[in-house]
Design a protein around this ligand. Structure first.
Ligand SMILES: Nc1ncnc2c1ncn2[C@@H]1O[C@H](COP(=O)(O)OP(=O)(O)OP(=O)(O)O)[C@@H](O)[C@H]1O
Ligand SMILES: [Mg+2]
Length: 247
């Protein structure tokens, strides 16, 4: 099977530190792929390289059959790579609905007031449906800056989905969420259409095993193991890495 996304021999150096050292990754169409590993393993750096936010010293990123290595983050988002960050990034003065509307049409001017009426209505309609899906319908008119952390996290997922991604990059989406919010997040991710592949960075292994059908393990900027959740769960190498200290 060909990869929807492939990262090949990716190396990122910060001075003498190799944050990534020749890492390969393949995410198939519709796959739920988890990326795990100890703090500082290079997980966020790899998401940054895939999203186009960090330029590697070496290596190639291919997406949907194209070499996208030279494209910036906006161009990659237009091709279907959308992400949520380790810390939620929303527009604090815009309402929840407006945040999703703005995220829906990245190629058009960021001010929805300039859009043609039909397009604006369609975007607002879709934003309403996404907020409903994420359990935020009651907060549609609240400025995003007034939302609790967990609600902002859900809002950012709605914004990422508004761009109709083919690949959703999630960096520790459960961090800082209450148990109820984590439950909702799991439901939302499980309900995502299979047209959307997911690359999930997550420390909580219960979530990883509940959500993923493939797991890659990074350690010290290198791939330690890759396989099915069962293979990773029982891998002596991975057990050792976790025994050595993972959050
Ligand atoms: N901009 C930067 N400048 C210098 N060093 C960096 C930079 N970004 C990351 N690093 C270093 O690269 C390594 C990998 O960092 P990265 O954030 O990718 O790890 P991570 O696996 O996401 O960790 P965590 O689980 O703590 O989020 C770490 O040693 C980190 O300190
Ligand atoms: Mg990280």
């Amino acid at each position: 099977m060909t990869c929807l996304l492939s990262a090949e021999e990716v190396t990122v150096r910060y001075g003498s530190l190799a944050a990534l050292d020749g890492v390969d990754l393949c995410v198939h169409d519709g796959q739920r792929h988890a990326l795990i590993g100890p703090n500082g393993a290079g997980k966020t750096t790899l998401l940054n390289v895939i999203a186009g936010a960090t330029k590697p010293q070496r290596g190639t990123v291919r997406f949907a059959g194209r070499n996208v290595s030279r494209l910036g983050p906006a161009a990659r988002a237009r091709r279907g790579i959308n992400r949520i960050h380790q810390r939620p990034a929303v527009f604090p003065t815009l309402t929840a609905t407006e945040n999703v509307v703005v995220a829906a049409l990245p190629r058009v001017t960021a001010d929805p007031g300039w859009w043609p009426g039909r397009r604006r209505r369609a975007a607002r309609h879709r934003a309403g449906a996404l907020l409903e899906q994420l359990g935020l319908a009651d907060l549609a008119t609240v400025p995003a800056g007034h939302l609790a952390h967990g609600q902002r996290r859900q809002l950012e997922i709605a914004m990422a989905l508004a761009g109709r991604p083919r690949l959703l990059l999630l960096d520790e989406p459960a961090a800082g969420l209450s148990a109820v919010e984590v439950g909702r997040l799991v439901e939302v991710l499980q309900a995502l259409p299979r047209a959307v592949a997911v690359l999930l960075v997550e420390h909580r292994l219960d979530l990883v095993y509940a959500l993923s059908d493939a797991v890659s393990v990074l350690r010290d900027g290198q791939t330690l193991a890759a396989g099915t959740p069962d293979e990773i769960r029982t891998s002596p190498l991975v057990r050792q890495a976790y025994a050595d200290g993972v959050a």
